[in-house]
Design a protein around this ligand. Structure first.
Ligand code: NAD
Ligand code: TDX
Length: 334
């Protein structure tokens, strides 16, 4: 089987490629990635001789047409993925998440290629902290940021192409991922690498916002389950019952790195900051039989801390530019 992975040099895409090389040796993998600031060829170094890598933009119609007609399956991870960046400049989000996805959809439509669309729980907006509800596949879309609204747009485009043009598509909406190869702009790697750099971790607002954490390998095993067994045209929510508030996560990182529990700064909150995300993944578990393997968050997080400690060569080149970007908008509150 020939597989085209878009965004395979990013965090989740690279881990997906590693998993696929390890578990599915019969799959021929091509990665299409524009190598934006978030893409890193070093993330694919361990599998470089087992895959084909094409540097390019998913909004480049001629390139996309050429690659899509030579494949059996497209798994679309490529995106502009960071909320804070989308608040500073939304245009790359519209380009990649909306125009890029439409370009891929037109190609899989023309060449009748199976397509799996990777998306996020942020399309549903947020929940109150004291609300027992969780997101399901029938929760109405209500995105808050330029990032999540462009991801919501991309999901709706996939639904329309499936219904109107018969594109053989599935969609997954996953909660917050953690694990190796995640860019240091994101919450967990930022705090770990701050500590490893002698900088204080930074908590937005009061640190009470809740995210539903899942290990990246569990996300990717769910993606393969949906590709293997999912019904065409359907959406599946992926989550591992990992709700934690940001302060709890940071305190665990501080403990695992031998820091004092108060060795962090409260900084300016993110505008429009979603309060809480929570996934009900019953449909995926009962209809397709998927279960997560990383059920103990602390041990998954500890392994992630160890990975960043052991792989400074991977993250160090991104660190200064990322922190100078944050310094332009962020003030320490206490
Ligand atoms: P990432 O930012 O780490 O990686 C994105 C990759 O896409 C990079 O390699 C980048 O170079 C590439 N890319 C960006 N624009 C491109 C373009 N125009 N053409 C080709 N390649 C391009 O993102 P991630 O965290 O790995 O997220 C991957 C996918 O998973 C995204 O669709 C995101 O919305 C979704 N998602 C992420 C999370 C999470 O917690 N990180 C959770 C749920 C869903
Ligand atoms: O320094 C920080 N301090 C802080 O308190 C950063 C970078 C973040 N935060 C908070 C904001 C969020 O409440 O931590 C939480 C997680 O922040 P991010 O890592 O930026 O993730 P989030 O905005 O929740 O979005 C992530 O999950 C869903 C991914 O970046 C998206 O791509 C995915 O769709």
């Amino acid at each position: 089987m020939r597989l085209l992975v878009t965004g395979g040099a990013g965090f989740i895409g690279a881990n997906f490629v590693h998993l696929t090389v390890a578990e599915r040796p019969d799959v021929e993998i091509t990665v299409l990635d524009a190598l934006t600031y978030a893409g890193n060829r070093a993330s694919l170094a361990p599998v470089a001789d087992k895959i084909d890598f094409v540097e390019g933009d998913i909004a480049d119609k001629d390139l996309v047409d050429d690659l899509v007609q030579k494949t059996d399956l497209v798994v679309h991870f490529a995106a502009e993925s960071h909320n804070d960046n989308s608040l500073a400049n939304p245009w790359p989000f519209v380009h990649t998440n909306v125009i890029g996805t439409t370009t891929l959809l037109q190609a899989v439509r023309e060449y009748d290629v199976r397509y799996h669309h990777i998306s996020t729980d942020e399309v549903y907006g947020d929940l109150e902290l004291d609300d027992p509800a969780r997101f399901t596949e029938s929760t109405p879309y209500n995105p808050s940021s330029p990032y999540s609204s462009t991801k919501a747009s991309s999901d709706l485009l996939v639904r329309a192409w499936a219904r109107s043009f018969g594109v053989r598509a599935t969609i997954s909406n996953c909660s917050n991922n953690y694990g190796p190869y995640q860019h240091v702009e994101k919450f967990i790697p930022r705090q770990i690498t701050n500590i490893l750099s002698g900088l204080r971790p930074k908590l937005y607002g009061a640190g009470q916002n809740v995210r539903d954490w899942i290990h990246v390998d569990d996300h990717n095993s769910a993606v393969w389950t949906i590709i293997d067994k999912g019904a065409l045209g359907e959406t599946y929510l992926i989550g591992a019952d990992g709700e934690k508030n940001n302060r709890e996560v940071l305190e665990t990182i501080l403990e695992e790195t031998g820091q004092a529990a108060d060795a962090f700064d409260f900084v300016t909150d993110r505008p429009g900051h979603d309060l809480r995300y929570a996934i009900d993944s019953t449909k995926l578990r009962t209809e397709l039989g998927w279960t997560p393997q990383y059920v103990d968050f602390r041990s998954g997080l500890k392994a992630t801390v160890d990975w960043y400690r052991d792989n400074e060569n991977w993250w160090r080149p991104q660190k200064d530019a990322t922190e100078s970007g944050y310094a332009r908008t962020e003030s320490v509150l206490s």
